[in-house]
Design a protein around this ligand. Structure first.
Ligand SMILES: Cc1ncc(COP(=O)(O)O)c(C=O)c1O
Length: 440
């Protein structure tokens, strides 16, 4: 029998137990029973898609705020928020309005022409972050590639590194995306297996070890690429002073500090950017995901003139990067972040939820780590059966790196909704899934 805290909460009228069946859809007429509705969609994915993900078998068809619905009509609390891309909640009405309004005007011009959306986004981003310039792309990985190109070019043109010798320091456990260059400096064997040869010029160091960075610094180092807190690795928080120490070393050795805030940024950790927890100001900040509130892929790098000045027409670009639809959506997503105090909510409710989780006394929990509404619950064994059990209770989470459950709800979540989620987590550890093994 596991010890758990005694907890009572006022339950919102929501959850897995309550079903809402959409009526009259063509699919409903074709698929008669509850099980065939989901399984038919799952079969289509399995039969015709590439097998490159291992999703939970829940087939979603609607989202609103922190809630999502499956094709059976079951309602779930989304505790993943599309890996922090939906920080503003599903289908936020203000972002949707901007999307619809802009799509009635013009959606894509390419950067061959100017639009009335790009300049205002640049200006609003500058006002929000203080960085002089922004270079927009689409996916996170593209923005990371952009940062790598910026650092290399800065290294050759400004720092004076000999051609072809630029070196970028990266870290164990990193996750910066899936392009061939980026997976080439991952230390996750599966991400690389079968995808070589890889781009040279990256030196992998142990995450959290400042001495290793000090020792690796040399005149050819043009930049340090780092997640201030590692998300995919399981919400790994490095020792206090680590990022500040790296910032100092970068200054000493004239190298760029580049923080990947694609997952940690835009409020997730209770600050606009995670680097603020260490009081540093990077030279390049990489953002994506929540920049467009889940409606559209928009990513970017932010930097000042010295770095961004290395780009000249033709050096870099993207057909879709900076398109008017994406810009309008990003502008609305940033307004929502600010106007609805989502960063403050993340800080306050993150602490509230983390405190509650830490009161769960279970031998199956190895460690609980978190900053803001970004929490990793590391178990002594596989997290997958726990995520599946939470799914059955109406709470959608996903395991990361085998043993960790990541909690990252939309930042619009309320205290009552967190209480509701907490009750499910407590139930889970009171009656854990059978396949969980405890380490001796
Ligand atoms: C820190 C970080 N960098 C980069 C990426 C890649 O972003 P995308 O999947 O949009 O290419 C991710 C995605 O999870 C991420 O968490």
């Amino acid at each position: 029998m596991l010890g758990v805290v005694v907890f009572t909460a006022t339950l919102p009228k929501t959850g897995r137990v309550e079903t809402e069946r959409p009526v009259g859809t063509p699919e409903e007429k074709i698929m008669e029973t509850t099980n065939t509705r989901s399984s038919a969609f799952i079969r289509l994915e399995d039969d015709y898609g590439a097998n490159n993900y291992h999703p939970l078998d829940v087939v979603l068809c609607r989202g609103e705020g922190v809630w999502v619905w499956d094709v059976e009509g079951n309602k779930y609390l989304d505790f993943l928020a599309a890996y922090s891309a939906v920080n503003q909640g599903h289908a936020h009405p203000k972002i949707r309005e901007a999307l619809v309004e802009q799509s009635d005007k013009v959606t894509l011009t390419s950067r061959a022409f100017r639009t009335d959306q790009l300049g205002p986004l640049y200006e609003e981003m500058h006002e929000l972050t203080g960085f002089q310039r922004m270079l927009p792309m689409n996916t996170g990985a593209e923005a990371v590639e952009t940062a790598i190109k910026a650092a290399r070019k800065w290294g050759y043109k400004v720092k004076g590194v000999p051609e072809g010798q630029a070196e970028i320091l990266v870290f164990s456990g990193n996750f910066h995306g899936r392009t061939t260059t980026i997976v080439g400096f991952s230390d996750e064997a599966q991400y690389k297996d079968g995808f070589g040869p890889f781009t040279p010029g990256f030196t992998l160091l142990p995450y959290g070890d400042l001495d290793a960075v000090r020792e690796a610094m040399n005149p050819n180092v043009v930049g340090v690429l780092i997640e201030p807190i590692q998300g995919e690795s399981g919400i790994i928080i490095p020792p206090e002073g680590y990022l500040a120490g790296i910032a100092e070393l970068c200054r000493e050795h004239n190298a760029l500090l580049m923080t990947d805030e694609i997952q940690s940024g835009l409020g997730r950790t209770g600050k606009l950017f995670a680097f603020e927890h260490e009081g540093v100001r990077p030279d390049v900040v990489i953002i994506g995901k929540a920049l467009a509130g889940g409606f559209y892929p928009v990513s970017a790098i932010l930097a000042d003139d010295e770095v961004m000045g290395v780009f000249h027409p033709g050096d870099h670009g993207s057909t879709f990067g900076g398109n008017p639809l994406g810009c309008a959506v990003a502008r609305a997503a940033l307004r929502v972040l600010r106007d609805e105090n989502l960063i403050e909510n993340s800080a306050e409710l993150g602490t509230y939820f983390l405190d509650k989780l830490r009161r769960i006394d279970s031998p199956l929990i190895k460690e609980i780590r978190g900053v803001g509404l970004w929490i990793g619950l590391e178990l002594t064994g596989s997290a997958r059966p726990f995520c599946e059990a939470l799914q059955r209770k109406g709470l959608l989470c996903k395991e990361t790196h085998e043993n960790t459950i990541r909690f990252a709800p939309p930042l619009i979540i309320t205290r009552e909704e967190l209480d509701w989620a907490f009750e499910r987590v407590v139930e889970l550890f009171n009656d854990p899934p059978a396949s969980q093994e405890t380490d001796p």
